[in-house]
Design a protein around this ligand. Sequence first.
Ligand SMILES: [Zn+2]
Length: 454
Amino acid sequence: MLTRRQFLAGLGAVAVTAVLPLSLFRYEARVKAEGKEEGKETLAPQYPDCDWVIDRVVIIDGSGEPAYQGRVAVKGERITAVGDFALSPEVQIIDGQGLVLTPGFIDIHTHAEDYFYSGGDMSPFLSQGVTAQIGGNCGRSPKDIQGYFATIPKMAINYGLLMGYATLRQMVHGRDRSGKTTTAEQLKMQKYLRKAMADGAVGLSVGLEYWPQTYATTEEIIALCEVVKEAGGFYATHIRSEYDRVLEAVGEAILIGKKVGIPVQYCHIKTGYKRNWAKLPKILEMLEEAVESGLDIRADLYGYTYSSTDLGKKPFISSISEENLELAAAHPLTFFGSDAGMYAGGRATHPRAYGNIPRILGRLVREKKILSLETAIAKMTSQPARRLGLTNRGLLRKGYQADLVLFDPETIIDKGTKENPSVFSEGVRQVWVNGTLAWAEGRLLNDNSGQVVN
Ligand SMILES: [Zn+2]
C-alpha cells in the first residue's frame, strides 16, 4: 500500500482539492438549507465512512444502466458510497470532472502466465484499465495452481486461473504426448483437476484445436466437466475448429454444457477464412437457442479482425470479418476478452495485449457506435464477473472492492499495430486496484495490490 503522501504525489496532473467543488448536486443545497433552518446537529449531513472521494464524474456502474453524474467514496479496499451523498469538508477529493468512472475491467481470457511469473508489472493491462485477468486458457496452465499463486513475485492486478486440459494430460500421459488417454489416465486427470479446483482454479480450459489436445474425446471432457461442476466452476473452451468445422465444434461445446449442466465460456468466437464468414450469424443463433433451452453459455471476443500465432512465418491470421466482429461484439450473449499473451519485459506479439479495451471503446463504441458505452462497459465488468461468480467485483456498489477506472471517453484509443504491438493506449487516466492507485497519467504507481480471484 502507498502512504497517503505517496498516494497524493501519485495523482500527478489530476487536481486534488480539499475544497468543495461548485455545487452540482441537489442535496448540497438541501443540506445547507436544513442546517440553516434548524441549526441542529441531528440534521447534520450523513457523511459516508471513507478515506477519499472521486467527485464530479460520470458514473457508469457496470450494470448496463444509463450513465449519471455523481461521486464515489472509498475506504481502504472497498467502495463505501456511490452516487449522491454529502461530502465531509475534511475528506480528500479527487476531481474527475469530464471523465467517466467505471468498475475495473475484467479480462476473462489471457495468456500472461510467463509474464506474471517473471515479475511483470502488468503495465500493459493496467494501462487499459484492466484490474483483473483470468489466465490458464486454451488448455495450458501451471500444473500446481496453489504453488503457482504462492510463487508469483508481485501481483499488480487481480488474477485467477483456469486448469488446462493440456496440462492435465501432460501430467498423466507421460513423455509420449500423442494418442488417446487410457481410462486409468482419465481417472487420474479427474483427481488432479479436483485438486486444482480445491486450490482455487475457476474452471477447466481446453484448446481442442491444438495437438495433442485434439486427441481428447467428447466423453473425456464431459467426465472432467463433471468434476468442475461439483466445485462450482465453468468450462472454458477453445473449440475444436474455428475454421471449416466451426459449426460442429460449437455444437460439441453446447452438447458438453447441456449434458453436464455446467456454464460454458466459448473463447474468442471467430470463423476463420472467408468461406466461413457466413457461419457467424448461424453460431449466434445456436447460442441463442442453447440459452433459451437453459444452458448458461456466453462467448468472448477481442476487438481485432486478426489473431496471432508464434509460428513466425505468418504471424497474423485474418480470423473474423469486420462485419462479423461488429455483429458479435454487439450481441447480448458476448462479452470481451483479450486473448493476450505477454512475455518477459512486457513484449507482446499482438497489439491486443496493450490495446484491446481502448480499441473497443474508441472504435466500436465512439467511432462506429455499434454499442452504447454503458453496454460495452457491462461487457468488460459485470458480465465477466458473473461468469466468474464474483459478488464483490464488476459493479460500482457499496461494499464492492474498489477496482476503478477513470478515463476520457472522447480520447480513449489503442495505439499498437501489427508492426509495433507493444505501445500503450491513450485515454485511461487513473486506475485503482483494491483501493490503491496503481496507474495514473501513464505511470505505474503500485505493482502489488492485486489479489487472487476465485
Ligand atoms: Zn485459444
